[in-house]
Write a protein that binds this ligand. Sequence first.
Ligand SMILES: Nc1ccn([C@H]2C[C@H](O)[C@@H](COP(=O)(O)OP(=O)(O)OP(=O)(O)O)O2)c(=O)n1
Length: 126
Amino acid sequence: MEKSSEYAKKPNDVSLQELRDRLAEFAEVRGWDQYHSPRNLLLALVGEVGELSEIFQWKGEVARGLPNWTSDDKEHLEEELSDVLLYLVRLADVCGLDLGQAALTKIVKNARKYPVANQQKSSTYH
Ligand SMILES: Nc1ccn([C@H]2C[C@H](O)[C@@H](COP(=O)(O)OP(=O)(O)OP(=O)(O)O)O2)c(=O)n1
């Protein structure tokens, strides 16, 4: 049984594994698992990235922390960011990948590709 209010109140140490399991359950109990193919999830993900982009569209540069945004605007942003995250986590899951481990590995690769010493000497920002 789903306990959305209980999950909504959990503290900020949510793991990718928990999201993965919650999404699997969400799809399973609705009979939607069959539709959660890698391609469908990728398209859904791209659609949500589009919705996320719409929030920033035509606003010009936005200050960090979103100081002038209303709470409704911020809530909308939270929702669209979450949709992107959730489809991404689900996509990785149905592909049989460990997204958290993959991301940690990628951070290590990034650090090797962009060493701190080079960053300080170089005027190029990637
Ligand atoms: N087949 C589906 C449909 C939805 N979801 C979940 C993942 C997303 O977090 C959210 C997406 O729901 P909607 O398609 O209703 O998209 P929005 O919430 O963005 O609504 P709208 O497009 O009306 O703004 O629901 C899912 O897992 N599988």
